[in-house]
Design a protein around this ligand. Structure first.
Ligand code: GDP
Length: 301
């Protein structure tokens, strides 16, 4: 696709008479190809418009360099605009990672729809914090709606080699969250990961439950887990969670699938929250830092 865009742009510029600087007409024609490439990568229309406007403003009037073709010049500008829209600055790879700069135990709240990969991601984060950052991590499932959910997290915690909150039947999510924080304080855990219940779709009860847990535990990070494969639906989910609960970061899962990643751009534009981590597989070590430049090249091809 990257090849395709660059050869299409080469075609565009070959047709145009070579001048000293890129003119509005040159760039307009190139932008048509850029627009198609972005839409094919599942970037939302308003975001596409925003980016193509920026590209035009920067490209028109730029001197045509000897060292690179006009097509490469335009692609570089498009790439830079994408990286910026994804939250990276110039010379900045943009990897944000988690912010754990708070008194222990640091609460991390995991939110998202059912099936988005929330529980798996909780396990992945626990594993990374344990191995890489040498943190003592407690995992707790607040999902009282699916009977097997708490057991699933307990099994996952054993696999990862971290503690999980002992299960007490009949407790509310709020009671479980408070018990987790209490245990975290008493047994000097560095991080407590609270995995909330998901639903198949956004609903008022779910949001109220998550908001109540958030108010009670004051999480330092509220991470929204979204499935990259769901494209624009993931963006709507992100908007709903940002409006009602408020999130500090986004984790996009299933980037090992064939989604082109355009949703990442819209996600950032819609919520203003940074994408912090990427899930790249079912295995527990398949967690990656988010690098805007890598997603930008994925979107371009
Ligand atoms: P939850 O309902 O949001 O807690 O979702 P789960 O964590 O139970 O995940 C649902 C399914 O998605 C499981 O089969 C996971 O193995 C799978 N999964 C989670 N993250 C990823 C990922 O990054 N890539 C792939 N390919 N599968 C994932």
């Amino acid at each position: 696709m990257f090849e395709a865009l660059s050869s299409k742009l080469n075609g565009v510029f070959d047709k145009l008479r070579r001048r000293g600087a890129l003119t509005d007409a040159d760039v307009q024609e190139a932008l048509r190809e850029v627009r198609v490439a972005l839409l094919e990568a599942d970037v939302a229309l308003p975001v596409v418009k925003d980016i193509t406007t920026k590209v035009r403003d920067r490209a028109v009037g730029q001197e045509v360099l000897r060292s690179v073709s006009p097509a490469q010049q335009v692609i570089k500008i498009v790439n830079d605009c994408l990286v910026e829209a994804l939250g990276g600055g110039e010379g900045d790879t943009g990897a944000r990672g988690l912010d754990l700069n708070a008194p222990s135990p640091v609460p991390i709240l995991m939110v998202g729809l059912q099936g988005s990969g929330k529980t798996t991601t909780s396990g992945k984060i626990a594993l990374r914090l344990k191995n890489r950052d040498k943190k003592k991590v407690l995992l707790a499932s607040l999902d009282v709606h699916r009977p097997a959910a708490q057991l699933q997290l307990e099994t996952l915690a054993k696999q990862v080699g971290v503690a999980s909150l002992p299960i007490i039947a009949g407790q509310t999510p709020l009671q479980i969250a408070e018990r987790a924080m209490d245990l975290g304080r008493r047994e000097l855990f560095d991080v407590v990961i609270l995995d909330t219940a998901g639903r198949l779709a956004i609903d008022v009860v779910l949001m109220a439950e998550v908001a109540a847990v958030k108010a009670a535990t004051h999480p330092h990070e509220t991470l929204l887990v979204v499935d990259a494969m769901t494209g624009q639906d993931a963006v709507n989910t992100a908007r709903a969670f940002q409006d009602t609960v408020g999130v500090t970061g986004i984790v996009m899962t299933r980037i090992d699938g064939d989604a082109r990643g355009g949703a990442a751009l819209s996600m950032r534009a819609v919520t203003g929250a940074p994408i912090k981590l990427l899930g790249a597989g079912e295995k527990l070590d398949a967690l990656e830092d988010f690098h805007p430049d890598r997603i930008a090249s994925r979107i371009l091809g």
